[in-house]
Design a protein around this ligand. Structure first.
Ligand code: GDP
Length: 218
């Protein structure tokens, strides 16, 4: 879907809201700290949103494209190795939180358990967390590990929203089928936002809309 069509279809993307999003993301965005244990979390003195997804889903590329900074989130990490929550200060107004990628086959059981504990503790104990964006590859749809995270979020009563990545690679018909299946699954999840957003970090698609979604949560 082109950006024009998206704007017509979804009223949350008014020109004013898109402009607010542009302005916030044109201000500063800096790395604050990486958190491996909950005792290291920064004060919850401002709202935050988090980005989650399977390794290689395009999370770092999307964060970098959103913020217009090439190397803010590192794209070269060995999949599954980063076990930290990375906090970025956006415009001194809110935090963007890059969650460690999951679903990498070669990760040991112990590492996976460590990830689950860190994430679950974070999700349950963070009152200023407004939304988790679960990134899903537009060509592949939901995997079991994505649904495990969705279950965790439902249980912790944390709102979340699916963002489709790498949509420049998807064929329209396949994408429509995947999106219809996804929407049916979302209906069964209590904390899920019903709409999907298509993005491409490579082609800069859906980014203005994504910025305005985030800005509305500050
Ligand atoms: P992460 O592990 O989730 O942080 O994923 P990366 O951002 O490192 O991206 C994984 C791979 O997907 C890299 O080879 C990227 O170049 C590629 N990629 C990321 N975003 C896009 C996109 O929007 N379109 C296309 N075609 N490739 C992408």
């Amino acid at each position: 879907m082109t950006e024009e069509l998206l704007k017509e279809k979804i009223p949350e993307f008014t020109p004013e809201k898109l402009e607010e999003g542009r302005l916030l993301f044109a201000s500063s965005c800096d790395f604050v700290l990486g958190v491996a244990g909950l005792d290291q979390l920064p004060d919850s003195d401002r709202n935050e949103v988090a980005f989650a997804g399977r390794s290689n889903v395009g999370k770092s590329s999307l964060i970098n494209a959103l913020t217009g900074r090439n190397s803010l989130a590192r794209t070269s990490n060995t999949p599954g190795r980063t076990q930290e929550l990375n906090f970025f200060n956006l415009g001194d107004t809110m935090y963007l939180v890059d969650m460690p990628g999951y679903g990498y086959a070669k990760v040991s059981k112990k590492q996976r358990e460590k990830w689950t504990k860190l994430i679950f503790d974070y999700l349950r104990g963070r009152p200023n967390l407004r939304c988790v964006f679960i990134l899903i590859d537009g060509r592949h749809g939901l995997k079991d590990t994505d649904e495990e995270l969705m279950d965790m979020l439902d249980e912790a009563a944390v709102s979340y929203r699916i963002i489709l990545t790498k949509c420049d690679k998807s064929k329209r018909a396949e994408m429509q089928k995947i999106q219809a299946d996804l929407k049916a699954v979302l209906k069964k999840h209590t904390a899920a936002h019903p709409e999907l957003l298509e993005t491409s970090a490579l082609k800069n698609e859906g980014l203005a809309e994504f910025r305005s979604i985030i800005t509305a949560l500050r």
